[in-house]
Each structure stands twice: as structure tokens, then as C-alpha cells.
Design a protein around this ligand. Structure first.
Ligand code: FSO
Ligand code: SF4
Length: 547
């Protein structure tokens, strides 16, 4: 195996014998095989588009397959092997349709590759084929290929959620096909790969936009909502991951059954959606970010549903009450569909649930673009009068590295005349800090999940418009934490928008070579987070700025 796609990669280089995330080398190889199968589908789909053959099913499959290979999603060799077979069937049907429409099917390794029959044989075949990018090429081109491929996985995840909510854009599928097919094109040089990587950012922005349309169109615009961090006596289900359709189904199928629904991790912002918060049994939030799930799931006295990443290999203490849905799979853990959650409900009813009442305070969520722009005149006034001096967007993923305390310190030490916007699970480093308000505007604004980076971008663009400046001239600094490939896609979106001077941590991606990093430094002023949050705050705001 060779995998360097996430921040926790072994020794900051690559997982080659043992995966830090817990996936087996066989699963890693099978994931590579599945990505390689999507490359074959992509090459055929490009021809299909030329001769007018419908490629919607291929686009959905490719997005879902890429999502499957994202960090902490699918640890199950059988399920990945089944998707490889499905890819071969889909590719075969697409080839036949291309021929029937008068087109010519291209030939290359992945258009022609016949997957081996058994899971073991597929593993051997996958091992032989190796990584999806061309390791014989210049290392900077490889770096850009990897960056793009990891961004594609992020797009795949967001496109999957958008499709679930009925949102489509054929441009997304067309770009996935083009970028995947480009992995085999040795004529492409550095400039072409820089362009493909930035286009990945553009297409990801569009994907997050249609996901936003799906989320807000189906469940309403988030509204400021106080979410208890404690619990009350009742049976309980904990829902983690990012899938709004799944938590909506849980809420519907538990209504009137004497079960309270709690969120974990990236599900916290769902409390703010009117069509979800209307359920009286949608009670509170339990725990923090994904990397704490071994302790937190073990302490939860009810059924647990993991709807997307980040799943960790489960502990025995709670494996018997854990369920997965959507693209998430783990051998031995029941996989359920949102159409029938009866086994999750039955498990929750069978367990004690919470038997006492505990008040752990609360947090405020629901500061998506609609809410924030609804108070834009007050925000603009506060800036003009000097009550708000600076905005920070401190967002991204959480993870296990001790260096991530930087983000807690950064937010704690941000001066009282600054406002912090946050999103994704990195917020759990500071989500319950009481930062107060500035003239009624809370100093800590939870914009939502990682995909709500779209919402944060809309807020920044609207403020830039109101002040008649570019986004880079706003009193706004972006401090990102990354862990997995959705964060790569979001970073590419911010670069595509031309946003400069972002800070990135806790470490720089292993797949970015020094030369590619230099391109990012020269063109975008991107920089790693510093040793000390206080020093970075001073560098941004000037001396004496730290609270
Ligand atoms: Fe966190 Fe995991 Fe949402 Fe990522 S749960 S780390 S950026 O998957 O997607 O924020
Ligand atoms: Fe290693 Fe991350 Fe790849 Fe898992 S996803 S094998 S931890 S680089």
C-alpha cells in the first residue's frame, strides 16, 4: 500500500505498511483499484458525452466511488470489491451505448481492465497495479495529480450529498471525468496540472453551492439555535457524520417512540435547520469531534449511527450498538438504509438510554449566510464604528495531533474587538468557549459543516461588496486546519477564488512537494501556522493585539 492522502499519514510521509487510520493494506490497495476503475469509466464517459449518451449514472457512480475511498469512510474489503465489480458492469454498459450511438470506445489500461473474480485476487491485482497516479513522472506533477485526485474525492463526497437531495449539475460529472482521464495523459505538464487543480476548486465550489441549495431547500435556512450539551432521561440515538437526509430520517422514524436524538461531531449544525429542529425529540449534542469517538461512543448509552466520515475502527465496548449508512462500511457492523432504520430504533429501545439529567451548558449554532447576512447592516456599522476590528475564519478539520491546540489558543486569545467565524469539526477545539458579543453580535459564529465553507465564502463576498473592496482587502484572516480530502477540495476552492495569505496547519500536506509549495507561497501567500497562536495574532493584527 501507499497512502498519503490525510494529515495523519505515517511519519508525515506516507502509510506504506500500516495505516494510521486503521484501514488494512488490502483495503488501501482495493481503494486504489476502485479509483483506477473510475478512470476507465471516465475515459469512456468522455466519449459518451461526445456522442450524446447519458452519463448521469456514470457521474453518480464515480462520485460515490471516490467518496468511498476518502479517509475514514469504508474499511470493508468486500464492499469495495463489490463496487469494483459494479464499476466494470457500468463501464461495459457505457461502452455498448457509445458504440450504439456511433462513437468509438478508447482503449487504455483502465478502460480495458477486467477485475479479478475473488476479493483476494482483486487485492493481488490492485497491489500489482499500484497507485492511481503516474509515479514515473516528475515529482511536482505527481504532487499536483495527487492534490487534484484528493480534491476530486472531496467533490465526490459533496456531490453524493447533493444528489441525495435532488441537486445536480452535469458540469460536475464532466469535470470528474476530465480530471480522472487526465491522470493517464502524459502530455500534460506542470501548468496544465496547476490549471486542473484550480478547476477542481472551482467545481468544488459549485458542488458545495448545489449542496447548500439541497440542504436549505429541503430543511430551510439555519436559524440561531441553542443546543444543550447535557442530556435528559430517555432512550437515545446518537447520529454522527454529515448526511442531513439520514438525520432527517432518524428524526422521522423515532417520532413518538420515546427516543431522544443527539448529534455528534459534524452533525451539530443540523440543530439549526427549521425542518429538523421542529422535532421535539431532537434534543442535544453529545461529545466533540471524530477523533474522540472511541471514548465518546463508549460513553453513549444508546444506539449510534455513523452516516459518513469520520469513522474509526470501532471498539468492542460499542461495536454492538453501532450502525453505518451511506458510503460508510465496516466489516461486522450492520449497514442500514435511511428507508428502514428499524434496527437502529430497536437497539435504542432495547438499551437503557440516559437515566439522569445533566446540564453541561449549551452552544449556539445557525450562523449560515442567511442569518449573518440578515444582520449585515449591524455588522457593517460595527466595523465602521470600530467596534469590530477584525474577522477570523478559523475552520477545518479536527484531528489527534497535539499541535491542534494552536486553534484553541488562537480563538481564546483573539482580542475582544474581533469576531470568529468557524465551520467543520475543527470548531470542537473551542466551540463551547464563552466569547461574549459585540453589540449583540456573538463573537463566535458557527457557520456550519465543512461544506458550509460555501456559506462562509458568500458572507465574505457580501461583506467585500458592502465595503466596495476585494475579499483580500477585508479585515479578514483565514486560519485553516486540515485532515482529510474534503479540506483539500475546500482549500482548492479558496485558491480558485484568489484568496491570499491563508494560514494552514497543523502540518502541511505530505503530498505537496517543496516546488509546488513555493508556487502556493509565491502566488497566494499561503503559510503554515506558526509555533505560537499569540505570535500569529500579533503578525496579523500588530503588536499589543492579543487579548
Ligand atoms: Fe471533520 Fe472528518 Fe467535515 Fe472532514 S468529520 S474531518 S473536513 O471528515 O469533513 O469536518
Ligand atoms: Fe494513512 Fe491517512 Fe491514508 Fe489512512 S487515509 S492510510 S492514515 S494517509
Amino acid at each position: 500500500m501507499f497512502c498519503n492522502q490525510c494529515e495523519q499519514t505515517s511519519k508525515g510521509v506516507a502509510c506504506t505498511t500500516r495505516a494510521v487510520c486503521g484501514k488494512s493494506p488490502e483495503v488501501a490497495d482495493l481503494q486504489d483499484l476502485l479509483v483506477n476503475m473510475t478512470r476507465g469509466i471516465a475515459s469512456v464517459a468522455i466519449e459518451a458525452e461526445k456522442v450524446g449518451v447519458n452519463t448521469v449514472e456514470a457521474a453518480h457512480f464515480v462520485a460515490d466511488a471516490l467518496f468511498t475511498t476518502l479517509t475514514n469512510v469504508d474499511f470493508d474489503a468486500d464492499s469495495i470489491a463489490a463496487k469494483v465489480d459494479q464499476a466494470a458492469r457500468l463501464r461495459g454498459a457505457l461502452k455498448a451505448a457509445v458504440v450504439a450511438a456511433g462513437g468509438t470506445v478508447p482503449t487504455d489500461t483502465f478502460v480495458d481492465l477486467d477485475p479479478a473474480v475473488t476479493v483476494e485476487e482483486k487485492e493481488a491485482q490492485a497491489h500489482e497495479l499500484g497507485s492511481p497516479w503516474d509515479t514515473t513522472r516528475d515529482e511536482d506533477i505527481q504532487s499536483l495529480q495527487q492534490t487534484t485526485l484528493y480534491g476530486l474525492k472531496g467533490i465526490g463526497a459533496y456531490a453524493h450529498h447533493a444528489t441525495t437531495l435532488g441537486q445536480e449539475d452535469p458540469e460536475i460529472g464532466s469535470y470528474l471525468f476530465k480530471a480522472l482521464a487526465s491522470l493517464s495523459d502524459t502530455s500534460l505538464g506542470l501548468n496544465e496540472w496547476v490549471a486542473l487543480a484550480l478547476e477542481c476548486g472551482k467545481v468544488n465550489l459549485r458542488t458545495m453551492e448545489i449542496l447548500d441549495a439541497g440542504n436549505t431547500g429541503t430543511y430551510g435556512h439555519p436559524v440561531p439555535t441553542e443546543v444543550p450539551l447535557g442530556h435528559r432521561p430517555n432512550k437515545a440515538i446518537l447520529v454522527s457524520g454529515h448526511d442531513l437526509a439520514d438525520i432527517a430520517a432518524v428524526l422521522e422514524q423515532t417520532a413518538g417512540k420515546g427516543i431522544d436524538v443527539y448529534t455528534h461531531g459534524e452533525m451539530l449544525p443540523t440543530h439549526a435547520y427549521p425542518e429538523l429542529k421542529k422535532h421535539a425529540h431532537f434534543y442535544g449534542h453529545f461529545g466533540t469531534a471524530w477523533q474522540n469517538q472511541h471514548k465518546e461512543f463508549a460513553a453513549f448509552p444508546g444506539a449510534i449511527l455513523m452516516t459518513t466520515n469520520c469513522l474509526m475502527p470501532p471498539k468492542d465496548e460499542y461495536a454492538g450498538r453501532l450502525f453505518t449508512s451511506g458510503p460508510v462500511q465496516f466489516a461486522g457492523i450492520p449497514h442500514v438504509s435511511r428507508d428502514d432504520l428499524s434496527s437502529v430504533v430497536a437497539k435504542a429501545l432495547e438499551m437503557d438510554g440516559f437515566t439522569d439529567e445533566t446540564d453541561n451548558g449549551s452552544v449556539l449554532v445557525g450562523f449560515g449566510r442567511n442569518t449573518v447576512l440578515g444582520v449585515a447592516p449591524q455588522v457593517i456599522d460595527a466595523v465602521k464604528q470600530g467596534a469590530i476590528k477584525h474577522f477570523f475564519l478559523v475552520g477545518g478539520c479536527d484531528g489527534a495531533k497535539p499541535g491542534r491546540n494552536y486553534y484553541t489558543e488562537f480563538v481564546e486569545q483573539a482580542p475582544a474587538d474581533t469576531v470568529v467565524l468557524t465551520l467543520a469539526c475543527g470548531k470542537f477545539r473551542f466551540f463551547d468557549k464563552q466569547l461574549g458579543d459585540i453589540g449583540g453580535i456573538p463573537r463566535l459564529l458557527d457557520v456550519g459543516q465543512c461544506n458550509d465553507a460555501y456559506s462562509a465564502v458568500q458572507i465574505a463576498l457580501a461583506l467585500a461588496d458592502a465595503f466596495d473592496v476585494g475579499v483580500n482587502e477585508l479585515p479578514l484572516s483565514i486560519v485553516l486546519s486540515w485532515y482529510e480530502q474534503k479540506a483539500v477540495a475546500i482549500l482548492l476552492s479558496l485558491l480558485y477564488l484568489g484568496i491570499t495569505d491563508m494560514r494552514l496547519g497543523p502540518t502541511l500536506p505530505a503530498f505537496i512537494t517543496p516546488n509546488v509549495m513555493q508556487v502556493l507561497v509565491d502566488n497566494f501567500g499561503i503559510m503554515p501556522i506558526g509555533e505560537s497562536a499569540a505570535d500569529d495574532l500579533k503578525a496579523i493584527l500588530g503588536d499589543g493585539a492579543v487579548a
